[in-house]
Design a protein around this ligand. Sequence first.
Ligand SMILES: [Zn+2]
Length: 184
Amino acid sequence: MEPAMACEMLSAIKDEGCKIGTLVMDNDSTTIAHVKATVDPTINKRADKNHTRKGFTGALIELANTHKVLKNQKLRSHIERCFTYCVQQNRGKAKDLENELGKIVPHLYGEHECCGTWCRSKKTDYKPRNLPYGKPLSCTLLREALEALFKKYCCKSEELAMMGSTQVNENFNHMVSTKAPKRL
Ligand SMILES: [Zn+2]
């Protein structure tokens, strides 16, 4: 969404007497800054689920340049699934989300002491089937890189836990077009 267009839409809603609390959008900081400055400084940005996921996937693909094992698509989607599952399970709970995100890398490296019920390592015949050769990861350089990546998302746990979805965004657009057709 263009900053100017977003502002026009939001002003229109405000004129109708509605209170706008949170705006679900992609990670475009120009738009939110513009909206805060011209429409309402109390509006918050909420990370959009699809954009966050894309950001995470992109980061993994980039890491694959340095860490060959990540060229394995199955491994990448496994890490991605752990990440999305974690975010979904801890909606609205920033502290828990931060904690749980921190357990994923150890889990991938076969350290399951802190794992929650989502981990199947307690089963007797457990084998990490989604990992290459059915074995835990072992490269320490990759581990450092993955930990740094997860840490980045841990720092954003407040925003992540509040995460909206594209569907909410679509509803929002729909609401705008039905509420203020004359202005658009
Ligand atoms: Zn585990």
